[in-house]
Design a protein around this ligand. Structure first.
Ligand code: B12
Length: 213
């Protein structure tokens, strides 16, 4: 099993778009859990790509390609996730923050939340605080999940939290943050309600909030 997951990591790191579907299918055929494929195969592979970008071996075009390689494999995994008790636990507004177009982590979080009984309203990437406020009012959602990977763009998390306070929704709406540049400390600084390091943690956190209401 571990060998196959390492092959998935390598295919992503080496940008082998023609191989990725076959490898992910092999993992599924070997009964490797979709969540393990995501966390130990795909996410680890992208970490390796990120390192190559940092040390100057890879360029922006390679990052774009890595994104495409992952997108190629995701429908296979999505199809395997059990929809659970559909949409019973509440609506989650999900977005990547303004100025940031990274979407892979957000999409994984969305997939796992849907599979665990949440109704996900995915606003996409580069989403302004205004758009989030409009969606909150239109849907009546009580949960917001924000993904942020660019350190320069985290300020908009605070803008969103402040807008929620100004709208008098602070006590009803929970804001959860995640993504490579976020942390428990950032959560405190921005006034968010929780920080999740992984998509699996995102599910645990939203489950907890849903049970409290
Ligand atoms: C692929 C990639 C891209 C692709 C994105 C393709 C796509 N369709 O999404 C493209 C090419 C577009 C890109 C562009 C850029 N990128 Co880029 N990119 C990456 C890379 C290699 C992987 C990101 C990724 O998808 N990771 C895999 C996912 C699964 O991980 P994740 O997002 O962290 O999500 C997991 C958890 O964090 C969590 N999670 C995520 N969201 C949420 C939300 C909630 C609520 C919760 C609870 C949890 C949670 O769950 C997920 C699964 O467990 C990273 C390197 C890295 N190590 O992160 C750099 C990286 C993020 N990029 C970086 C940079 C600098 C850029 C550019 C500025 C480059 C440039 N010079 O133009 C641009 C920015 C464009 C923009 N305006 O956003 C830097 C950011 C540095 C920083 N801290 O600010 C990184 C870290 C690379 C590096 N080491 O320098 N990038």
């Amino acid at each position: 099993m571990e060998k196959l997951l390492v092959s998935v990591q390598q295919a992503i790191n080496e940008l082998r778009i023609d191989d990725i579907r076959g490898l992910v299918q092999q993992c599924l055929d070997e009964n490797i859990a979709p969540v393990d494929i995501i966390e130990q195969g795909i996410s680890k592979g992208l970490e390796l790509v990120g390192r190559q970008f940092e040390d100057g071996t890879y360029f922006l075009a390679d990052l774009v390609m890595a994104g495409e390689v992952v997108k190629e494999a995701m429908p296979l995994i999505d199809a395997q996730l059990d929809p659970g008790q559909v949409n019973k636990k509440g609506k989650v507004i999900l977005a990547t923050v303004q100025g940031d177009i990274h979407e892979i982590g957000k999409n994984i979080v969305g997939m796992l939340l849907s599979a665990n009984g949440f109704e996900v309203v995915d606003l996409g990437v580069d989403v302004s605080p205004e758009k989030i406020m409009t969606a909150l009012k239109e849907t009546g959602a009580r949960f917001v999940g924000l993904s942020a990977l660019l350190t320069t763009m985290v300020g908009s998390i605070k803008e969103i939290v402040d807008s929620i306070k100004e709208a008098g929704l602070k006590d009803t709406v929970k804001v959860v943050i995640g993504g490579a540049c976020t942390s428990e400390r950032l959560k405190e600084e921005m006034g968010a309600d929780a920080y999740g390091e992984t998509a699996v943690q995102a599910v645990t956190i939203f489950n907890k909030f849903s049970a409290q209401n």
